[in-house]
Design a protein around this ligand. Structure first.
Ligand code: NAD
Length: 283
């Protein structure tokens, strides 16, 4: 099938200052130095936010800062460590004495392989980054959001949490756990005018998708081309001529993070081009 190639982080139009949806707001994006997180950082700065990129890849972070300018800041932060996340939130709040958006996006594919061979240390490590870190982030972000009686929390989930099919087990379990976290936090934090939502994308060509491709196909990363990744991420896809890109996910993040979403809380926005809808019972 012919597919249209899109460039990464291509946003469709320029944003005038009147159209800026996040003007004056402060946003934290974990895992913001690469892939989907970097695309969100780009879009949020274009919409007037001060963006704090939290990651463990300083070279990528500094490169992105050069592109984004003084509106953005990089904070070295390992989301597995509560003291790092606490320092991150304090740093972000100090910029403008406010914290409007916490996007928990850092993630890893983690352990792969059949359940009877799963290494429990690798499984634990997968859940720490993908699930436990989101709990730590929300814990510290809402300490600032509650007194201001305003805030938006967005979590990067995955369509893997709701799709059937084989592993990777740790990743699927962690992303499914995030669904529960979104519900419990949306209920608890709603009275403080803090809304909590999740985005669950299908495959997006990023380093994480490359890792998945190599792990699932037993290939080394040097042998993987952009076309291979696009083929993987568009497998089982319903929409023709389209590969889900990081900029598409960023647009969904903007919708959920900004006041555009108004009344939306406790929601899991599935961005899969219809893959889940196309799952049918065999006749
Ligand atoms: P990516 O590898 O490009 O980006 C992930 C980022 O998280 C990296 O910058 C990495 O350094 C950072 N990170 C990892 N561990 C960290 C830690 N301990 N502390 C701080 N930062 C850490 O991958 P991506 O595809 O952009 O993934 C972003 C999110 O989107 C993840 O949560 C992922 O599960 C989710 N997601 C991705 C896809 C996809 O196909 N790419 C699909 C669905 C969901």
């Amino acid at each position: 099938m012919h597919r249209v190639r899109q460039t990464s982080h291509s946003f469709s139009s320029t944003v005038t200052s009147e159209d800026q949806r996040l003007a004056g707001q402060v946003a934290i994006i974990t895992g913001g130095a690469s892939g989907i997180g970097a695309a969100i950082a780009r879009l949020f700065t274009r919409h007037g936010a001060r963006v704090v990129i939290a990651d463990i890849q300083p070279l990528l972070g500094e490169k992105l800062l050069k592109e984004l300018g003084p509106q953005a800041k990089y904070v070295e932060c390992d989301v597995r460590k509560e003291e790092d996340v606490q320092r991150l939130v304090v740093t972000a709040y100090a910029l403008e004495n406010r914290l409007d958006i916490y996007h928990s996006n850092a993630g890893i594919m983690g352990c792969v392989g059949p359940i009877d061979e799963i290494r429990m240390d690798e499984y634990d490590a997968t859940l720490v980054v993908n699930l436990r870190a989101a709990v730590i982030g929300i814990k510290h972000a809402v300490r600032y959001m509650k007194p201001q009686r305003r805030g938006s929390i967005v979590i990067s989930g995955s369509v893997a949490s709701v799709l059937g099919g084989m592993g990777p087990h740790g990743y699927k379990i962690a992303k499914a756990g995030l669904l529960g976290l979104v519900k419990s936090c949306a209920a608890e934090l709603g009275p403080f005018n803090i809304r909590v939502n999740m985005i669950s994308p299908g495959g997006v060509p990023t380093p994480l998708a490359t890792f998945a491709l190599c792990a699932l196909a037993g290939r080394d990363s040097g042998s993987v081309t952009v076309e291979d990744i696009e083929k993987l991420v568009s497998k089982s896809q319903v929409l023709p001529d389209k590969v889900l890109m990081d900029s598409d996910v960023a647009n969904a993040a903007l919708f959920l993070a900004s006041d555009m979403r108004g009344y939306v809380s406790g929601h899991n926005l599935i961005l899969d081009g219809g893959i889940t809808a196309a799952q049918v019972l065999a006749a």
